[in-house]
Each structure stands twice: as C-alpha cells, then as structure tokens.
Ligand binder design. Structure first.
Ligand SMILES: *Cc1c(COP(=O)(O)O)cnc(C)c1O
Length: 365
C-alpha cells in the first residue's frame, strides 16, 4: 500500500492513525461483536461513543456550559437555511459579511427567509481580504450577524474574532461558518452565538454537521421549520431526534482523541502556523508562483496559488500526481492551484509539496 499526500479541500485527508484504528475495529468494536455501522444509535455501545465524542469536542474547544453541541445532518449548505429558520424569531432581517463564495452563498439562501443585509463586503478586492470591523455597518435590529471565518475557496481567513461589543452592538449574536478551520485554532466563545460546520474538512467523514449554539438562541424556530432541523428538538433529544450519522460521529470521535493525544488545539495551531509559513514563505520568495490574498488574511488551511505561466498548469498537476501529491487543482471559480493543509496534513506533506514546486519552477523552460 502506498498513500499519497492529499491536498483535497474536502472531503479531505484524515489522520492515518485514525483510519487504521477504524479499520481494526470495523468488524468488532471493543469486543461487542459488531461494527459501529451496525449498532443501534440508542444502544449502550453507541451511546458511549457519542457521549465521549461530544465531551472530547467540548474539552478540545473549551465550549462553555451555556452552549449546546448538536450533531446534525445536511452539511453547512443546509445550515444556511436552518439558521434563519431557527434564529429569526420575530425579527425580519439578518446581516451578512461577504468575504467569498461561501458567505455569498449563505447570504443568498438567507434572502429566501428574511431581508438579508450586507454589513460589509470584500467584493471590491476580488474577495482577497476581510473588511475591517470598523467598516461594518450593522442594521437596526438584525436577528444575527453572519460571517464565514475561513473561505475555503478563496483562501481568506479572519485574523480576528468578530467583536460586536466593540461595535457597540453586544446584543447581536455572531453566527460563524467554521467548516474549514474548526479545531485548527482556539475560539473565543464570548464573541459568538453560533458556530457551525460540515465535518468533512477538519473533523471526519462527510454526513455530519456540527452546530455549537448558545442556549438562549434555541427555541425560536419558525413554525414551518422541519422538526428534524429545529434546534430545540435536536437539543432536547440529545441529537437523536432522528437517527444521527453514527459512523461519521464515531470517526469524528477518533479524530478528537487523536487531537487530544497530540496536545490539543494549542499544539495543532502551532503546527498549522509552521506548515502555512513554510508554504507562504516559499510562494513569496519564488517568482514562479503567486498567492493573491491580503497577507494579513491568508488562510492557514487553504492556500490558493497561481503559476506565472498558466500554460504550465496541466504539466504542474501531472508532475505533482507522479510525485504522490494529489488534488492540487484550484476551484473552478478561482482557477490556478489550491493546497488544503488541514490539521491531518503532516508537515512532511507540505515539505514534499514545496520541494516539488521548487524543482518544477527550476525546470520550467
Ligand atoms: C465545504 C464548505 C461548505 C459546504 O459544506 P457542505 O457540507 O457541502 O454543505 C460551506 N461552507 C464552507 C466554509 C465550506 O468549506
């Protein structure tokens, strides 16, 4: 067996130790005589898997007791509708900060349910930066303010936690799509009302959606909100109002244990900073490649870049594939290349990528 370095934006690389453990436990989990996929979600075996996964996630991120962790389905895109359906209550509007494709998509979906305002947009920069908070215009009485704190496609990451108190609007809860950088750095929960994300970038298999929501934002669902997506019903039923994505929760739980064992979020952040610096420093030093994102807002997780000679794109990708470096093609809306270097990407993968890129640039003629 030979494994590649997989730079996919998602579903994405998982820690090898986790995949091996899942393989070992496939037919018989802990002497139960069953694989996890075969277990009743209400049995004592899966209940213990579920409870440990939730407790480990709470511990890793330091989730305060007044926040509920919900394990849902539908992905981040479904949450774009589920969030307004749950949070609008009596209000008729919500504000969005537009920083790239994902925030734009969320804003558009919200427009189906309410007046979706734009508090700030980075469109003028070609979505290569985060508008400074001092430029945000919060409307009169929005139900929430929405941000996407890591734009997976554009490679733009917030270098700060949005602070509504600093804007004089502490009553407006911040809702953040953290799909592609959850658990890569610490979170200051005092700044947020709700965090959500699909699992398939930094946590585990697709099919699981994590929602971390403050107590007081639960219980305001629109009467037309599907029951399975009503945060109150999901919370009251311990995320088992409907059958949860059990295998995805199990693998996510293994990832949480892997992360705890290597030193938690503080240690993975240190590693992520080192990996990102290695790649960005190389891109900045080598004339043959370019990253166009505002250096203050460059994502540590998703690194888009362009070749100076774009006619070499196919040759670059083919050579990379041969070197065991895969899924480097950029998103079609951006072009060029993109290397996603999530928590589970070892520094050796980034070193191999930089070495390949250096060789390719030198033999470009
Ligand atoms: C991948 C991604 C999504 C879409 O997630 P789905 O699971 O396909 O719904 C939304 N937002 C961000 C920031 C993402 O990275």
């Amino acid at each position: 067996m030979s494994r590649v370095f997989n730079f996919s934006a998602g579903p994405a690389v998982l820690p090898e130790a986790v995949l091996k453990q899942a393989a070992e436990e496939m037919l018989d989990w802990h002497g139960s005589g069953m694989g996890v996929m075969e277990m009743s979600h209400r049995g004592k075996e899966f209940t213990s898997i579920y409870e440990e996964a939730e407790a480990d996630l709470r511990k890793l991120l330091g989730v305060p007791p007044n926040f509920r962790i919900l394990f849902m389905q539908g992905g981040a895109i479904a949450e774009n509708a589920i969030i307004p359906l749950n949070l609008l209550g009596e209000r008729r509007s919500a504000d969005y900060v537009l920083t790239g494709s994902w925030a734009v998509k969320s804003h558009k979906e919200a427009g189906r349910f309410c007046t979706a305002g734009v508090a700030a947009t980075a469109e003028g920069s070609g979505f290569t930066t985060v508008p400074p908070m001092s430029s945000w215009r919060v409307s009169e009485d929005p139900a929430y303010l929405f941000v996407c704190t890591n734009e997976t496609i554009g490679g733009v990451e917030y270098p700060f936690d949005p602070d509504m108190a600093a804007l004089g609007r502490p009553e407006v809860p911040v809702v953040a799509d953290v799909s592609s950088h959850i658990l890569s750095r610490p979170v200051d929960f005092s700044k947020y009302g709700l965090l959500f994300g699909g699992a398939q970038k930094n946590i585990g298999p697709a099919g699981l959606t994590i929602v971390i929501v403050r107590d007081d934002l639960i219980g305001h669902a629109h009467p037309d909100c599907p029951s399975a997506f009503d945060y109150r019903l999901v919370a009251e039923n311990g995320s088992m109002y409907n059958t949860p994505p059990t295998y995805s929760i199990y693998v996510a739980g293994l990832v949480f244990k892997w992360l705890k064992a290597l030193g938690g979020v503080a240690e993975i952040e240190r590693r992520n900073i080192a990996k990102a610096a290695l790649l960005y420093d190389f891109l900045d030093d080598c004339d043959f490649y370019e990253n166009r994102v505002d250096p203050a807002c460059r994502s540590r997780m998703n690194v888009p870049f362009f070749l100076a000679d774009e006619s070499r794109n196919e040759a670059f990708l083919a050579g990379a594939r041969e070197a065991g470096l895969v899924q480097l093609k950029g998103h079609k809306s951006v072009g060029g290349m993109r290397a996603s270097i999530y928590n589970a990407m070892p520094i050796e993968g980034v070193e191999a990528l930089v070495n390949y890129m250096r060789d390719f640039a030198q033999h470009k003629s």
